[in-house]
Write a protein that binds this ligand. Structure first.
Ligand code: R5P
Length: 276
């Protein structure tokens, strides 16, 4: 299998050239393209950060491969725009659908894709997606960190229930409100509800992503109020916007994610999940 990437050191040195034209347009060149004619190729490309520009570079790379008849699998550790698969207000863009249509025709492998909400193979707006979950790796890591198997595994909302359900886990309920007043497209959390007991238990709260940290902070506060003993929190994708990592580190016994998005709490390596 031919592995190529501009930015995935886990598979070796970058072998796709990316530069800028003087006017800031992107330049993409796959130098060994003659060897990839009609071949099976895995293209690894981190689309975050700088997602809008990286998505366009991906379209260019996929087109170069298509022109030589390569059979490409596109490996994207984190798929941006995956939270915008539904509209909340009239007139909003369905960004997840648009993005998938842009990549339609390719095969995509990704981790804990937000709108799929389960592991497996899917077709979404013309794009074939294999969605792999990092839940097992995260849960094993938590057991090693706390040196015990006796951990209550919880997701902070129903959407992430698939991450915990195979492990006897339970889910809290998150109720979102209106867009907040910050000017960003971000909805407030009205309340977090929990219908099970955590008193005296070691707890791992696991989600597909930690972005502003709002969800995780509210979930941690909830279980601590409920008398949880040790509290870890984990996610597949860690953005840790603003000071959310420091805030979470202060109120928990540990915070960690995979390295799907490189960040200071990335303790779990995803290379094995994506290479096989
Ligand atoms: C939403 O349903 C997701 O699963 C996450 O819970 C959410 O996107 C995390 O975002 P934040 O860290 O901003 O609360």
């Amino acid at each position: 299998m031919n592995l190529i990437s501009p930015n995935f050191p886990e598979i070796g040195k970058p072998n796709i050239e990316i530069k800028k034209f003087p006017d800031d347009d992107s330049y993409v060149r796959i130098s060994d393209i003659s060897e990839l004619q009609g071949e099976e190729v895995k293209l690894f490309h981190r689309l975050y950060p700088d997602q809008d520009s990286n998505i366009f570079k991906a379209i260019l790379m996929l087109d170069v491969l298509k022109r030589v008849g390569a059979r490409t699998t596109f490996v994207v550790p984190y798929l941006p725009y995956s939270r915008q698969d539904k509209t909340f207000k009239e007139g909003e863009a369905l960004s997840a659908q648009v993005l998938c249509k842009l990549f339609a025709g390719a095969q995509l492998i990704t981790l804990d894709c937000h709108f799929l909400k389960k592991e497996g193979e899917f077709e979404y707006n013309g794009l074939k997606i294999k969605n792999i979950s990092a839940n097992k790796l995260l849960i094993e890591h938590a057991k090693t960190k706390l040196k015990t198997k006796d951990i209550e595994i919880i997701s902070p909302d129903q959407g992430a229930n698939y991450l915990v359900s195979d492990f006897g886990g339970k889910s809290m309920k998150k109720v979102r409100g209106e867009y907040d007043k910050s000017g960003e497209a971000h909805r407030t959390i009205e309340k977090m509800e929990r219908e099970f007991d955590v008193k005296g238990k070691n707890v791992l709260i696991i989600d597909d992503m930690i972005s502003t940290g709002g969800t995780m902070i509210r979930a941690v506060e909830n279980v601590k109020k409920g008398g949880a003993k040790k509290v870890l929190c984990a996610a597949t994708h860690g953005f840790f916007l603003k000071d959310s990592l420091e805030k979470l580190q202060k109120i928990t016994d540990g915070v960690f994610t995979t390295n799907s998005i490189p960040n200071p709490a990335a303790e779990v390596d995803i290379a094995e999940l994506l290479l096989h």
